[in-house]
Design a protein around this ligand. Structure first.
Ligand code: NAP
Length: 320
């Protein structure tokens, strides 16, 4: 089978499409013929060797993807050959023609969703769900700001918050991105590159502030986020690429919380709840992942560059 392999950490070009030995599922594992592979910022940090968790070399990147079950290992009764599934984790890496996952990492892909859409579920939708409901504890009628709403996690968060009965604000850095965020159901859309956008957000809440902020770039925004929070507001730190200085008094005057998260910390039972909700959302049409770009597997280096560029537009997916 063909797979993307990383022999050494470095620039995107360290990823090569090579022939590797076929995979066999062990007990409790599922072998999936991949059709679409989700590309996330985290895979670029891991490939570069800058992420705290480093896999042993060589490795195939990737946690996310969707395809068809090829064969199941001993003791697997939940899935059978031919099932359409999406993956939320893989021991072999999803940047490949085939991938191995444990049954807990495999979820049914309901018919209306394409394989490319399935490849958006494992990290972006699960992160958005956990950030919004489990860490942010957002409630119907509350105002949620998705700070960075045009990318993989942000578009998912806007759809989930809108379906959950919240008043939804989203930001993007381009007009095209703003229009995309509006189409996902945001009530109000702002440009996070406009000088006065924080004042506009505050004005849209008649000065009260927002209840929950899902923050995609905390090192740039956290200090200002605290100034546009309502009393008892929560900022959920989802993305961060550097250090930031805050005035802690802004949290004191509001009884506000700053809550960090990384998806791999999610307890097993809570992760199972997340995916049960996401599968239901795909089934009933509430969730409709936006695929901005599809590239062949061999172009993984281009995809890794693109996912780190400004001007996000939904999800970037590799065709396997
Ligand atoms: P993505 O698809 O590349 O989207 C990035 C988003 O950040 C876009 O909406 C982009 O908007 C926005 N952005 C850029 N500059 C911004 C600014 N100054 N203020 C606010 N937003 C800004 O990435 P993703 O997959 O959605 O992931 C988003 C972040 O969350 C990444 O840093 C990723 O590493 C992190 N993440 C964390 C977890 C976790 O478990 N904690 C899980 C998944 C992802 P424009 O391009 O329109 O400017």
């Amino acid at each position: 089978m063909k797979a993307i392999r990383v022999e050494q950490f470095g620039e995107p070009e360290v990823m090569k499409l090579v022939e590797v030995p076929p995979l066999q599922p062990g007990a409790g594992q599922v072998l999936v013929r991949m059709h679409a592979v989700g590309v996330n910022p985290v895979e670029t940090y891991i490939r570069a060797g800058t992420y705290p968790r480093k896999p042993a070399l060589p490795f195939s990147p990737g946690n996310d993807g969707a395809g068809v079950v090829e064969v199941v290992g001993e003791g697997v009764s939940e899935f059978q050959s031919g099932d359409r599934v999406y993956l939320a984790g893989s021991s072999s890496g999803t940047h490949a023609e085939y991938a191995l996952s444990s049954t807990a990492q495999v979820h049914p892909l309901p018919e209306p969703a394409s394989f490319a859409q399935g490849a958006a579920m494992g990290t972006p939708y699960a992160t958005a769900y956990r950030g919004l409901f489990q860490r942010g504890e957002a409630q119907p009628n509350e105002t949620v700001l998705v700070h960075g709403a045009s990318g993989g996690v942000g578009t998912a968060a806007v759809q989930l918050a809108r379906a959950g009965g919240m008043r939804v604000f989203g930001t993007a850095g381009t007009e095209r991105g703003k229009e995309l965020v509006r189409l996902q159901g945001a009530h109000e859309v702002f440009n996070h590159r406009a000088p006065d956008y924080l004042a506009q957000i505050l004005k849209a809440t008649s000065g009260r502030g927002v209840d929950v902020i899902l923050e995609m770039l905390a090192n740039v925004n956290l200090a200002e986020d605290l100034t546009i929070l309502a009393p008892r507001g929560r900022v959920v730190v989802i993305g961060n690429r550097g250090r930031v200085e805050i005035d802690a008094r802004e949290t004191m005057s509001r009884d506000a919380d700053i809550r960090g998260m990384v998806l791999p910390n999610t307890p097993t039972a809570e992760l199972a709840r997340i995916h049960a909700a996401l599968v239901a959302g795909l089934e009933n049409g509430t969730l409709h992942p936006v695929i901005g770009r599809e590239l062949p597997l061999a172009e993984a280096p281009q995809a890794h560059r693109a996912v780190m560029e400004a001007g996000a537009f939904g999800k970037i997916v590799l065709r396997s």
